[in-house]
Each structure stands twice: as structure tokens, then as C-alpha cells.
Design a protein around this ligand. Sequence first.
Ligand code: ALA
Length: 521
Amino acid sequence: MGGRLFARKPVAHVQAEFHTGEMKRTLGPFNLVSLGVGAIIGAGIFVMTGQAAAVYAGPAVAISFVIAGIACTFAALCYAELASTIPVSGSAYSYAYVTMGEVFAWTMGWLLLLEYGLAASTVAAGWTGYVVSLLHDFGLIIPPQFAESMFQYQDGALVNTGHINLVGAAGILAVSLLLVVGVSESAVVNNIIVAIKVIVLLAFIAIGVTYVNPANWDPFVPPNEGGAHFGPQGVLRAASVVFFAYVGFEAVSTAAGEARNPQRDLPIGILGSLVICTLIYMAVAMVMTGVVPFRELGVPAPIAVAIDRMNPEWAMIPWANSETGTLNILSLLIKIGAFAGLTSVMLVLIYAQTRVFYQMARDGLIPGFFANIHKTFKTPAMGTIVLGILIAIAAALLPLGVLGDLVSLGTALAFAIVCISVMYMRSAHPEIARPFKVPLYPITPILGVIACVMFMMGPILIGLASQATGIDYWAVIFGGTGTVTREYLPTILLVSYVVIGALVYAFYGFRNSKLTHTDAK
Ligand code: ALA
């Protein structure tokens, strides 16, 4: 049984699968970079930056972006090496299957459901805020009952509000339908949307820089106010929050089955999109905290707040629907850009999730319908619809902060496993051709593991050290108002999630695995 748990897929087997895939090969380097930027720039910059600055880091949130960006670069280099060596759909899941064996592959696939699926729910929560605000500008008021998650933090405690985020759930379902129709159609839509959101952020930087008041950057690292509130601890905690802003760069690697020339283009797609996004994030963070005093940024749409603070005269137009009779057209454009940007993130994340499950189903670890390819659309249509429904339910129920922390925890764990896989492959299979190699090996993957563990321990340690008054989360789920502290919950949820995963593997994956029933080595 131990042998079966650690059965590894032979590398040749994986490379052969790559040549027998049923999906269309339509994506070139431009589309792959665009896919990456589409996945990366989203709720992290449009929503969470403000919170990270207001609560944890102040103007030094720009440093937090650099720290998180460097950590992601280590992991990205490892992804690029594995993606160019083992170009299959399924990303880190497939890499783990080849390197460390089935039980690790399963764990990785299960974690990727957090990284992609739940990240899409997180983004849908941020997307809802911008949709509500946009519709408000046009005179349409969406009642909070339909635009807020069922569970919310109020005064530090998690409460069951009885609301349901139907707006976010509808967004997820709409995006899922687009993916059912086919990836190349979606790639065109994706390219257009990516262009819009990049232009919007560049415009924000270019206009905002003329409104910066350097006094707002002083002190750049505000003194610690206890716990992880400001000071160096706060900068690190903010890095673990804005880490979410980078989640998605490796979604490019899940497109290996649909890339025209994966060996050359996947590394370009992964590293290119990461560098572009890091530069944009730092500039946006500097402008945002330079225009608005950081304590005022803890709002659902911080970029829009910064634009309102600039209030350039040329951007004000008469507008019957607004209380003041005028509308800041720049703010409207930013909201439209955010709406488009967050939509594209949901698109890429759900795309990546369906491809991971496609591969897991081909391997027999989850039910086969996730790998059924629709005859006309040539996409895993049924799997996409089922996943879309699950992701929509999470978006309807859980608040953005909890979802975001959970995604960051699961993702950091997945990245660490990827860095370890690179080291395993180098020692176990030195003979395999590697079109892309990690520079400064083995320092880069080792630093990647250390950085990821640090990100995971941040929220966990702070949670354990916080003045928790008790954990009563069943009471909350069944309608009460318990006292689940903000910092504890993601750890509790992650552990519960991993335990459920182990049960699913024991009762389904282990029994149905094609590898252990045919050619385990
Ligand atoms: N990085 C993506 C975002 O910030 C997931 O929304």
C-alpha cells in the first residue's frame, strides 16, 4: 500500500500524454503572457492593497509588494523549469505526480482547488463591490441582501448575516459559460480585457503621480502599534496579504496542453507576466498612498477613492443620477477597468481549475466527467459547469478577507512543493532535456521554499498569538454570532479542507487511480 501511495508517473508516460491530448493548440507567447496578466492583476491590487496599507503596512505596502514579488519570482522560476520539462495540462499537480508520487499529486491537486477555484470566489467578492458601485452610478441600487456574503466580519466577529452574494455567484456562472464555449474565443476576450485593465492602471499612475503629496509617505514605515499593525511585522503581514495579488502567474503552466510551442513559450508567459505585474503594483501602491493618507484606504474600492481625492476638474461631467449632479468620469472609467480586470481574472482562474481537474480525472483520481470533452466546443464542458457551480456557492457564502487568506495559505504550500519538485527532478532525472533551467540552482528553489513557509507561518503565528476569545464557528454557521477571530479562521479552514481531501482520496482516488491499476513504477 505504501508503494501505491507513492507511485510515480513515469516521465515518458507524461510526455506521451502531452502528444495525445484532445484539446486545440491555439495559444502562442503573446496569448500566454496575456493569460498570465489576466490571472494576476485583479482583486489583489484593485481591492486588497488598500486594506493592507490601512491595517498593516502604511505606505510601505510598496515594500510588501516587492517582498511578495521576489518570493513569487523564486517559485515562478521553478514553475518555468517544470513547465518546460513536463509540458502537460495540470500544472503543479502533474509535476508532483512525476516527482513525489500519487499521494503528493493528490494533495497538490486538492490545494490547487484552493489556489484557483477559491481564488476565483475571492475575486468574485471584490468584483461584486465594483459592480454594485458602477450600477449605483447609473442609478441602479442593488440591496446588500443580494450583494454581500452570508458570513461577514462585524466588529471582529464572524456573523451569519442571512445575506447571499448573488451578484458574485452570477458573475462566476457567466464566466464559466464563456469557458464552456471554448478557449480560443475566451483568449480573444481575455486579450481585450487585459488591455483595458493595464491601460486603466497606467492611466491611474500617470495622472495620480501629479497629485502625490510626499507628506503622506512620511513616515514610510509607520511605527508598530501592536501585533502586526505597522512596523516591520506589519510590512511582512501585508506581504502575505498582497501575495494574493500575484496568485495566478502559474496559471499559464496549466495551458501547456493548448500552447503551440510550450517548451519555449511557457517560461516567456510565466516570467514575462510576473515582471510586468510587479512593476505596475509598486507604482500603483506608491501613487495610492501618496495621494490618500493610508489610514483612509481600508475601503472596498481604494483606487476609486484615490481618484475621487484627485478630482481633476477636466474629468467632472454633468450627471443626473448622482447626488451632486456631477460625475468624475475618470473614476467611472477606473471602475469599468476594475470590472473588466476582475472578470478576466475569474476567467483565467476557472480555466486553470478546469484543466487541473481534467488531468486528475484522466488519471482516475476524480470522477471521469471532469475529463469529458464536448464534441462541438472541444472543452471539458460538464466539468466546467460543475466547478462553476461550486465556486459560485463559495462566493455567495464567504467574505473576501477569509477567502483571500485561505487562498494565500494554500498557494504558498503549493509553491513550496513545486520548488521541492524541481530539486527532486534535478537529482532523480538529471538526463531529461530542460529547455529552461532555474538560475543559481539550488539557491533559488531553496529560497523559494523558505519564502513560502514564511508566508504561511505569518498568518498562523499571528493567529496563535492573538488575543482570541474562543472559537465557536459551528454556532456561526448555524445562525449564531460566535467569536471566530479573523486570524484563526483560515488555519482552521485549511486544516479541515486537507482532512476532507484525505478522505476523498482514501475513498475515491486511491481506489480508482489508473496509474496504480496499470503501470505503477
Ligand atoms: N492575483 C489575482 C488577483 O489579485 C488572483 O485577483
